[in-house]
Design a binder for this molecule. Structure first.
Ligand SMILES: Cc1ncc(COP(=O)(O)O)c(C=O)c1O
Length: 455
């Protein structure tokens, strides 16, 4: 793709938009026959660059993505929404998957790999004694909550953070509609969730132990489950995780750590292992299979055995690719100390943003664990600035959003080039801010901030 003069304030549309954008056109068609356009909010074009986002890919390898018109990009957005920690189409994982495909990925008998994966996850988490498997993160959280409710015999769940789309968690928004706004995704509409579930999911905010204390005081031993991410955007405040553990013990509630996003990025296994606080159950997804669908629920025997008292069962939870891919992914991670690279690369990206902003005189906020780094512009029209950043970086052949899931497929050279391009774009954004032309320079609408109905 043709490079633009990076320091110029753009008044003419760059050549790239005169190119065919088959993906953007397909996205418009998709929205007329698939409600919401696709199956995941985070992959909507509107979450990045409405009207211009390539939206679909023809191929992906390492940290590179090719759109439907053959244009190549470096992925500094989502790397498969955090799934592809090793990189796209990773040869080590793919080799194992191809073998499985050749030998039959589905059968009337069970895949032995799921027993090996259960053993592996238990070995990595010595407090855990049993495992179950699903294929998506939200589904695995729902399984965990079902088991925990069955084990505790109570229905109220205290929750912190995002845990997927299922009734048990969305019901938190039945009372006010905004209960979950502080939990990753704002504006989640619980339409279709039975109103009778109101009051069964009780949110508390991360690092606000007093909010969980207040819930414990109000609902006491009606709370049977506490579910939260052990870490995501900020480090746990001293005593926070320990305090949650104590409250769970006092209430006799099952404590679940949702490691769907944090797991297997800071270390091989759950991030909670780094903080010395042990849950009763933990849930994994995303990074576990490097993009192949697999999710795991691990836990103490006393809790996990409650799965036998409830009906939790599904045909495709028995396919063979997921557990085989997870075993191959973990093996590669251990051999190559992948989390160490993810943390180093994530830090380099975060520092790059900071330097670029300081150079341009832009105010930004950088947050998150390094392998899941977040960027926010500090400006009254922050979303417009974010959209302009995505637009200008797309012109320079990067997929960019408000967060980067680091991948082992990056290199210092790739990140340094990304930082150099970001520096140029930040300078042009600052010029646009000073000239009051940010919105005028957008070639389409401003991106969405959270959940919204698509027109
Ligand atoms: C912490 C956490 N839990 C659960 C989920 C849901 O996972 P999935 O999208 O695979 O259903 C996510 C997804 O972002 C997540 O970040």
């Amino acid at each position: 793709m043709k490079q633009l003069n990076p320091t110029a304030v753009m008044t003419e549309p760059p050549s790239s938009i005169r190119f065919q954008n088959t993906g953007a056109a397909l996205w418009e068609k998709a929205k007329t026959i698939i409600p919401g356009g696709n199956q995941l909010l985070s992959k909507r074009a509107e979450m990045f660059l409405p009207g211009q986002w390539p939206a679909y890919y023809s191929r992906a390898r390492g940290c590179r993505v090719w759109d439907l018109d053959g244009r190549a990009y470096h992925d500094f957005a989502q790397m498969g929404v955090g799934a592809c920690v090793l990189g796209y189409a990773h040869p080590h994982v793919n080799r194992r998957v191809m073998e499985i495909v050749r030998h039959g990925s589905m059968c009337s008998l069970n895949p032995p790999e799921e027993v090996a994966l259960a053993e592996k996850l238990i070995a990595l988490h010595p407090w855990a004694e049993m495992a179950r498997f699903g294929r998506t993160g939200g589904e695995a959280c729902a399984i965990a909550v079902r088991i925990a409710r069955a084990a505790s015999g109570r229905s109220k769940v205290a929750l912190c953070g995002y845990h997927g789309w299922h009734e048990w968690s969305l019901s938190a928004n039945l009372q006010t509609g905004s209960n979950l706004d502080q939990h990753l995704l704002s504006g989640l509409d619980p339409k279709g969730v039975p109103a009778e579930l109101a009051g069964t999911a009780l949110p508390f905010r991360y690092n606000q132990l007093e909010e969980l204390e207040a819930l414990a005081k109000r609902h006491g031993r009606e709370i049977g489950v506490i579910i939260m991410e052990p870490i995501r955007s900020v480090d746990p405040a001293p005593g926070f995780l320990e305090g949650v553990r104590k409250i769970a013990d006092r209430l006799g509630a099952v404590l679940i750590f949702d490691e769907v996003s944090a797991g297997f990025r800071l270390n091989v296994g759950g991030a909670h292992l780094l903080h010395g606080v042990t849950p009763d159950m933990a849930v994994f997804g995303k990074a576990l299979g490097n993009g192949y669908p697999i999710a795991a629920i691990i836990g103490k025997r006393s809790v996990m055995n409650a799965a036998q008292d409830s009906f939790i069962s599904s045909t495709f939870w028995t396919e063979r690719i997921g557990p085989a891919a997870a075993l191959a992914t973990i093996e590669f991670m251990e051999k190559n100390d992948v989390p160490d690279a993810l943390v180093r690369y994530g830090r380099r990206i975060m520092e790059g943003w900071q330097h670029a902003a300081a150079d341009a005189g832009l105010k930004i906020q950088v947050s998150g664990i390094p392998p899941l780094a977040r960027l926010a512009f500090e400006h009254p029209d922050a979303l417009a600035l974010q959209t302009l950043y995505t637009q200008e970086m797309l012109d320079r052949s990067y997929l960019v959003g408000a967060a980067v899931y680091a991948t082992y497929a990056y290199s210092n050279t790739i990140i340094d080039r990304f930082t150099a391009d970001t520096t140029k774009v930040f300078r042009s954004i600052k010029q646009a801010v000073d000239a009051g032309t940010v919105r005028a320079q957008l070639r389409g609408p401003v991106k969405h901030a959270g959940f919204a109905r698509l027109s």
